[in-house]
Write a protein that binds this ligand. Structure first.
Ligand code: SF4
Length: 275
């Protein structure tokens, strides 16, 4: 392990020592009457990330509560990461991070999970996909995007001329929300430090966020996914392209064309010479 990576993993370890691996955060409520954020399944049902749809309902209020920098963990953890820029990623560095994060119980989602779904893929990788949270199959298998939505994501990646083992795939929260409800802000806050550390280790040139919750969380925005997608944003200094969640695309196949347009923009970006 390089010195920088050791420092990053050490920052996560220190963070967990200070904030506790088993601390249960109070969770607030997302305010979005159309999305089932009160704990019920979203209007469109299905697996995590299925909530893209309500954003397209005219007049539907956007998410009124977003995750602030303080809640996001930047205030006391992100600043530590500022100083860490791994020069070289070695096989096993992500394993070290996984080991340090351990069988986390920092939020109440731990109680309902079968497996913690850490994420998988290459590191470093030019491209990183970030979904919302594990669904039923992911929870059972301990791997991200392995159900029907996962099969579609695999096809999307292959259509880009890549393969799953060339990219990194993760979620905002690592444990399945009950009934596939949207993760609550406190759960997102509890889990974000490990995602930030993963991004530092993977060092993607481009992040593709999958679905409304992922995009709105990463961008601290209540803007509907239909208006976020199709244009470039920035997260942690990395170009970010929001697109629809594969679970939503399974139910709304007419949206695949727009998702493909988003991925074509990503391919163009990846073809640009390294800065
Ligand atoms: S969702 Fe994240 S913070 Fe919550 S218990 Fe799982 S790993 Fe820990």
């Amino acid at each position: 392990m390089s010195e920088d990576v050791r420092e990053l993993v050490g920052a996560v370890r220190t963070y967990l020592q200070v904030h506790g691996r088993g601390r249960h955060f109070a969770t607030g409520s997302w305010v979005d009457p159309g999305s089932g954020r009160d704990g019920s399944a979203g209007a469109l049902g299905g697996s995590s990330g299925a909530g893209d749809g309500p954003d397209h309902v005219p007049g539907t209020a956007p998410v009124a509560e977003t995750v602030t920098d303080r809640e996001f963990g930047r205030e006391d953890f992100g600043s530590k990461l500022e100083t860490v820029a791994p020069a070289r990623i070695e096989a096993g560095d992500l394993d070290q991070l996984r080991e340090v994060w351990g069988e986390c119980t920092r939020c109440s989602l731990a109680g309902g999970r079968t497996n913690l779904v850490f994420g998988e893929g290459a590191a470093p990788a030019d491209l990183m996909f970030i979904g919302e949270g594990p669904g039923e199959q992911e929870d059972l298998q301990g791997r991200p995007f392995v159900g029907r939505a996962g099969e579609l994501l695999t096809k999307m990646i292959e259509a880009m001329g890549l393969s799953r083992d060339l990219v990194f795939i993760a979620n905002i929260v690592k444990c399945r929300p009950p009934g596939n409800r949207d993760p609550e802000p406190g759960e997102v806050t509890s889990c974000l430090p490990v995602l930030l550390a993963q991004i530092r280790l993977v060092r993607p040139r481009v992040i593709v966020s999958l679905g409304r919750i992922s995009a709105q969380t990463l961008l601290s925005s209540g803007t509907p996914i239909g208006r976020l997608r199709g244009r470039w944003h920035c997260f942690e200094g990395v170009d970010l392209m929001p697109t629809f969640h594969p679970a939503y695309l399974l139910r709304s196949p007419e949206k695949k064309k727009e998702a493909w347009q988003d991925l074509q923009l990503v391919m163009e970006k990846l073809r640009e010479p390294h800065a």
